[in-house]
Design a protein around this ligand. Structure first.
Ligand code: TLP
Length: 346
């Protein structure tokens, strides 16, 4: 039975076109800036997001950390959402490795940070306090259930950062999902940001890699940070080749994943025992009713054992299951999942 893996979009495998491009990739030593395929990916990514330069990194985590290390000095503070991936799921790399202090503010249900909270999180010029250097957003917001942040909201935060001489970073792991959902050019979501990380290896299906974009001097510093983190690769064009296919051919189809997430949410909501909590972009999340007759673990275990369907409980909230659609989840898979959940809970 073919496995239907809905645990995350990170599980998506490379497409046949990516495997072919990887086999044909021209390569060089990227530490010498000699890899033509990496150079192409970096140039195309920078142009697409409206920035001067880019650096290819191994992961979203590494891209975010390189950005913070390049922007901030030890002992400085950044303002960040309390459920952001950078704060919750990157092992506190900024503090461990950069001596940077996170000052958290509450993430709202729509994934935004309130401007009044940002305002009051800025430290005064007082020798008791760390210097506040940067504000960071996440788009789409993972723990807010894949919520896309609008260009208007992003512009307000960019304006806030500028007025307060703060730098502005976006963890845009899924920023192309946000652009697709909002029907805007991605540049509208990155304008005004000093740096943006986006992932090639989630909905865009590349096997490895993310890209960090920003100004030329910033990217020079980020490359140094990548080096000390052990992330500078040699013939990385093999990976960048898949990244180029991802960047140029996989963005336009993300709305198919959103459509499939919508169908999945609709189908699940009609099953007695399922309490649908929401659907945004390629995320669907739900819980089981108290009288569903199965615990969450029994439910997840039975789906895997009897139907080869993989789901995982949501780490942000107990009792919740979060699903992500991606390239390898088609309409037929959606129908199978709805039928399997219906059969299990009947
Ligand atoms: N998120 C993963 C897990 O780590 C939770 C997932 O399955 O969603 N920013 C955001 C918003 C992310 O969701 C992730 C990955 C990252 C950064 C980190 O990317 P990687 O895994 O490439 O380091």
């Amino acid at each position: 039975m073919k496995t239907i893996d809905l645990r995350s979009d990170t599980v998506s495998h490379p497409t046949p076109a990516m495997r072919e491009a990887m086999a044909r990739a021209e390569v060089g030593d990227d530490v010498y800036h000699d890899d033509p395929t990496v150079n192409q990916l970096e140039a195309d990514a920078a142009a697409l997001l409206g920035k001067e330069a880019a650096v290819f990194v191994t992961s979203g985590t590494q891209g975010n950390l390189c950005a913070l290390l390049a922007h901030c000095n030890r002992g400085e503070s950044i303002i960040i959402g309390d459920t952001s991936h950078i704060f919750r799921y990157e092992q506190g790399g900024m503090a461990q490795l950069g001596g940077i202090l996170p000052h958290t503010v509450p993430v709202q249900p729509d994934g935004t940070l309130r401007l009044c909270d940002l305002e009051s999180a800025i430290n005064p010029d007082d020798e008791h306090k760390p210097v506040t250097r940067l504000v960071a957003l996440e788009n789409t917001h993972n723990m807010a259930g894949g919520m896309p942040l609008s260009s208007e909201y992003t512009a307000h935060v960019a304006d806030f950062a500028r007025r307060n001489q703060l730098l502005f970073h976006i963890d845009g792991a899924r920023i192309f999902n946000a652009a697709a959902a909002l029907g805007v050019d991605v540049k509208a979501l990155t304008e005004g940001a000093d740096s943006v990380t986006f992932c090639l290896s989630k909905g865009l299906c590349a096997p490895v890699g993310s890209v960090l974009v920003g100004g030329r001097d910033f990217i020079r510093r980020a490359r140094r940070a990548r080096k000390v983190l052990g992330g500078s690769l040699r013939q990385a064009g093999i990976l960048a080749a898949a990244g180029l296919v991802a960047l140029h051919t996989m963005r336009d189809r993300l709305s198919d994943d959103h459509g499939n997430a919508h169908l999945l949410a609709e189908g699940l909501s009609e099953i007695p025992g399922v309490c649908l909590k929401g659907q945004n972009t390629n995320f669907v999340f739900f819980s089981l009713a108290d009288d569903a007759g199965l615990s969450l673990d029994e439910f997840v275990g039975a789906l895997q054992r009897d139907y080869s369907i993989l789901m995982s409980p949501y780490s942000g909230e107990r009792g919740l299951i979060r699903l992500r659609t991606h390239y390898w989840i088609d309409r037929a898979a959606i129908d199978k999942v709805i039928a399997a959940v219906g059969a299990l809970l009947s």
